[in-house]
Design a protein around this ligand. Structure first.
Ligand code: FAD
Length: 462
């Protein structure tokens, strides 16, 4: 990622925006001169998204402006790419992301249960700059000023924006689990729900666990990031134990009353393949954790001790969204206008991805965040161009879950804007569910991942 520093905000916001745009144009020209940029957008083939229809045509209007995107995950990176592409590069885009590389949560459970190297789910950001001229800022946004339309960065300088896209993902409600208040306790009890160092820490704990030991996974009440993700993780770790530690056990302690995604399929697989290895206990609402003794305390059940604890704490929109006052749904999730993704709490700020108060039956998923990114990109390009946004946005979602190294299964849905209720509703009969896990679907799952990485990050598909 190429560090970039914008001009400090010495001037009033409007003037500052103009200055920034001049600097951005100069940088883009510099990149073109050094041969780093792709051909003009009109010459580029439209990118394909798994199961996604055609995007809007590159518009021919004169709208321009500066969009700052905070968060280079599935939502933010997609929005950054498509604002550039669909505005024919007239709109300047700055992507603020502290991580040097993109690490995918999808497929990261294979790192835990199937020995997949983390490098296989780690991808560069550089193609967004090279192919689309997105300016990459390797920094953390610390404060948004919605009135002045500026973003302060941990590194010092402040960015001004015409429109802000915020896709910061989730943070955890640690206040619900006092035993995990201290960082040492959290290191001992990883969540591994943001792929990266924690994924590897949990993997090492599993490898070090003795045969005959117990691994306990706690699942928070819905909504949380990736509804089937914990059940996939439990299946894959049971798969690992069957091969490497046949006397070890997986204990799934779910705050929900039942498996909340692909329930019949997961339970069938657990009964047929992992009986004696994996035990599922519903309605186990976690009250606290004693990291030192490895004890889990529940609201209505006896405490459980395990050798390796993997606690998924209750989740909410990431800190920056909450601190900016955008989490209007119970102080937890951000409500938006679904036509534009503009936050109900603040004009000119568009929120995407897991940070959202989702519409009915809309999962918090990478595929959905990618779709949010495209709908939002099209709306922002239209708004900057003085045109109305698409009045009937459509999203689709496919979520694959592996049950061992090779076999996977999927659930799919289509969501359409309902003007009367001003929300997204599922299209009856348009979704789908696997009848069983299979190796063929395992191939499809990898194809899905390669396609969405190519679409989100502009990386080559090969
Ligand atoms: C184990 C697991 C498996 C999963 N499997 C699937 C799957 O198979 N299919 C699927 O569709 N989904 C899956 N998901 C869900 C998917 O990962 C999320 O829904 C998706 O990542 C959400 O995208 P996002 O853009 O909202 O957040 P993220 O992808 O988390 O991106 C947020 C980004 O914002 C950055 N950020 C945060 N705060 C700041 C700040 N202040 N300044 C600058 N940057 C900031 C972060 O560094 C991060 O890069 C899985 C999740 C997990 C945990």
């Amino acid at each position: 990622m190429t560090p970039h520093r914008a001009q400090p905000p010495a001037a009033p916001p409007l003037l500052q925006r103009r200055q920034f745009m001049q600097a951005a144009a100069a940088t883009a020209l510099g990149a073109a001169a050094s041969g780093c940029t792709a051909p003009p957008p009109a010459a580029q083939a439209p990118a394909r998204t798994p199961g996604h229809g055609r995007g809007p045509a590159v518009h021919t209007g004169r709208g321009s402006g500066h969009v700052v995107v905070i968060g280079g995950g599935y939502g933010g990176a997609t929005a950054a790419r498509y604002i550039r592409q669909w505005s024919a590069r007239r709109v300047h885009v700055t992507l603020v992301e502290p991580q040097a590389a993109f690490i995918s949560c999808p497929l990261s459970n294979l790192v835990l249960g199937s020995g997949l190297p983390l490098a296989r789910v780690t991808l560069p950001y550089a193609h967004l700059a090279r192919q689309h001229g997105v300016r990459l800022v390797a920094d953390r946004a610390t404060r948004i000023d919605p009135a002045r339309r500026t973003v302060a960065l941990a590194g010092g300088p402040t960015l001004a924006y015409d429109r802000l896209v915020l896709s910061p993902g989730i943070d955890f409600m640690w206040e619900m689990l006092p035993g995990l208040a201290r960082p040492e306790a959290r290191q001992r009890v990883p969540h591994a729900w943001k792929a990266g160092a924690q994924t590897m820490a949990l993997r090492r704990q599993l490898e070090a666990m003795p045969d005959g030991g117990v691994f306990a996974l706690t699942i928070p009440p819905a909504p949380y990031r990736c509804p089937p993700g914990p059940y996939e993780r439990a299946s894959l770790i049971a798969h690992y134990f069957r091969q490497a530690k046949p006397r070890a056990k997986v204990l799934v302690l779910d705050a929900n009353d039942d498996v909340i995604s692909k329930g019949a399929l997961f339970k069938q697989i657990w009964a047929e393949r992992y009986a004696g290895t994996l035990e599922y206990r519903p309605a186990h609402a976690l009250a606290d954790v004693d990291a030192a003794t490895g004890a889990l305390h529940f609201e209505f059940h006896d405490a459980v001790r395990a050798d390796v604890l993997n606690v998924l704490p209750p989740m909410r929109a990431a800190d920056l969204a909450v601190h900016t006052g955008l989490a209007t749904a119970n102080g937890r999730w951000c409500e938006v206008n679904w036509l534009t993704h503009e936050a109900l709490a603040a004009p000119h700020i568009h929120v995407l991805g897991d940070a959202l108060q989702t519409a009915p039956l809309m999962p918090k998923s990478a595929h959905m965040a990618n779709q949010h990114g495209k709908v939002c990109a099209a709306a922002i390009v239209a708004l900057l161009d003085g045109r109305p946004p698409n009045p009937l946005p459509l999203y689709n979602n496919t979520c694959y879950s592996f049950v061992n190294s090779d076999e996977a299964m999927h659930v799919a849905s289509v969501h359409r804007y309902d003007a009367a209720r001003q929300t997204m509703l599922t299209v009856p009969g348009a979704g789908g569910l696997s009848s069983a896990a299979s190796a063929l679907e395992g191939h499809h799952a990898w194809a899905w991942a390669r396609n969405i990485w190519a679409d989100t990050l502009a990386v080559p598909t090969a």
